[in-house]
Design a binder for this molecule. Structure first.
Ligand code: SF4
Ligand code: SF4
Length: 389
């Protein structure tokens, strides 16, 4: 396997050997989908890759995708091996097991019989895909409606160096290969509630978040929303300075993409302190490796434009009684920037659950990681099954 995102044979063996087989299974308890590293590591260690792969997919239908993008604050943070030397690189182990099993053509999914009921899932992001998988396992026929011309939803905003569309398809193709699943791409469902009148026994809506958060400052219209930028970074061949406003994982993706696509200098502007940034150890390392600068305790106050580019006015912030406020006399103007990318997150659409009409993923609980969206999709499918069964 030449892909550095996966472990080679020797590395995989070394990681598997490190497992202490902790009886309390802290790694599983820390996983949002209750995937069990204890179990799949044990199966892989005994040479049964097929069983290991099945165990992963039973808990997480997007097991390979999550193996490539899961942050280190779930299973890895709980891994007791860290008390001896370092935590087992569980996400990489998980991704490698599935890559290995799939490249060897192992049969890792069971096709359950259909039971005659039909459910609609709106949105083919991680929550929608997970819901489809769980519903199909319960025996429901499922039709899935996606407004874009491809599956994956917000996962398609993750840069290629972390996750490629082909990776998402490895998980999706396994789900979709089962009879009784129909996918409608490029199909926007304006009123998902009405699907209940069109022959569906239940509906799960997993459309993600819609509006991105704005700064509410003068000149905001000169900025680029992260969702626009990450959809197609090659469309924006910046060569000079780029400012990324925001300090989370999505902001890191924007900053690294801008740098790797040719920007000379990339700076993240963060209102809080660097330790407050909600990013993983891996993401911090990526920022350093890509020489991304961070202006912490800084707020962007205004963006102006002239014929040389963008001028960004910012001021320092400080904590007063636990609240962030602007520090007087610190306003400065800096130019020139090729671009200001806004990466402050998104907003939930206003939708409410009803009987047989359930929400899943970011449109239910706000921005989350892929694995949390999968957990939410599974949960919605299980709740709907309880209602319909
Ligand atoms: S916590 Fe770590 S060492 Fe213990 S069973 Fe889980 S993966 Fe193995
Ligand atoms: S799904 Fe993610 S969080 Fe859960 S065990 Fe696997 S890698 Fe860890």
């Amino acid at each position: 396997m030449g892909d550095k995102r996966y472990l080679n044979k020797a590395q995989l063996k070394a990681e598997l050997e490190k497992c202490l087989h902790c009886a309390s299974k802290p790694c599983m308890k820390a996983c949002p989908v209750s995937c069990c590293p204890y179990g799949f590591i044990e199966a892989a260690k005994s040479g049964d890759m097929e069983k290991a792969a099945r165990l992963i997919l039973e808990a997480n239908p997007l097991g390979q995708t999550c193996g490539l993008v899961c942050p280190d604050h779930f299973c890895m943070k709980a891994c007791l091996r860290a008390k001896i030397d370092a935590a087992i690189r569980i996400p990489k182990v998980q991704a490698t097991i599935l890559e290995e099993a799939r490249s060897q053509g192992m049969k890792i999914r069971t096709n359950m019989p259909l039971k005659g009921k039909k459910v609609a899932v709106v949105g083919a992001g991680p929550a929608g895909m997970a819901a489809v998988s769980v519903l199909r396992n319960f025996g429901y026929a499922v039709e899935i409606f996606e407004k874009e011309n491809q599956v994956g939803g917000a996962m398609n905003l993750i840069p290629d160096f972390r996750l490629q569309y082909a990776d998402i398809l490895k998980d999706w193709d396994d789900i979709f290969a089962q009879e009784g699943i129909v996918l409608h791409l490029s199909t926007d469902v304006a009123e998902p509630q009405k699907l209940l009148d069109k022959g569906f026994d239940g509906v799960i809506v997993a459309i993600g978040e819609s509006d991105y958060t704005l700064l509410g400052i003068e000149g905001e219209e000169f900025s680029i929303p992260y969702s626009e930028y990450l959809k197609n970074p090659e469309k924006y061949p910046f060569r000079g300075n780029v400012a990324v406003v925001g300090g989370g994982a999505v902001a890191v993706d924007c900053a690294v993409s801008a740098k790797q696509n040719g920007a000379e200098y990339v700076e993240m502007v963060v209102r809080r302190r660097v330790p407050d940034m909600r990013i993983t150890v891996e993401e911090r390392k990526t920022l350093l490796e890509n020489q991304i600068d961070i202006s912490s305790m800084t707020r962007v106050c205004k963006i102006e434009k002239d014929n040389k580019g963008l001028i960004v006015s910012s001021c320092k912030t400080k904590f007063v009684d636990g609240k962030l406020v602007d520090e007087e006399g610190t306003l400065i103007k800096r130019g020139y920037f090729d671009a200001v990318i806004l990466a402050l997150g998104s907003r939930k659409p206003s939708l409410e659950e009803g009987e047989k009409f359930l929400l899943a993923g970011d449109c239910k609980s706000g921005s989350s990681t892929v694995v949390e969206a999968v957990a939410s999709g599974k949960d919605a499918a299980e709740r709907l099954h309880q209602i319909l069964d």
